[in-house]
Design a protein around this ligand. Structure first.
Ligand SMILES: [Zn+2]
Ligand SMILES: [Zn+2]
Length: 89
């Protein structure tokens, strides 16, 4: 089977990366979240970063230039710095 990398489906890849991170997150009572791998507890954003950094190998792609990033925060920073003027719609 031939895979055309030019037709990289960024939305699908980023969705899969996001799902991989979220699959290791569990919501607790009181607004806290927990890492299902090691039991680390924190806010939702902190646990998301913790799982990204420690338990999964994910890549988030920029939907405009396709540059890969190791975490979602880095992608968001990249987009706000490099594609501020560009609109997707
Ligand atoms: Zn953990
Ligand atoms: Zn970009």
């Amino acid at each position: 089977m031939k895979i055309n990398k030019r037709l990289l489906d960024v939305e699908t890849l980023n969705g899969a990366a996001d799902a991989a991170v979220r699959s290791k997150m569990e919501k607790l009572s009181g607004g806290l979240w927990s890492c299902s791998e090691c039991g680390h507890q924190d806010t939702v954003n902190a646990v998301y970063k913790h799982v990204e950094a420690n338990h999964v190998e994910v890549v988030f792609y920029c939907n405009i230039c396709h540059k890969p990033h190791k975490n979602r925060a880095s992608l968001l920073t990249h987009k706000s710095r490099n594609h501020k003027q560009e609109k997707t719609q």
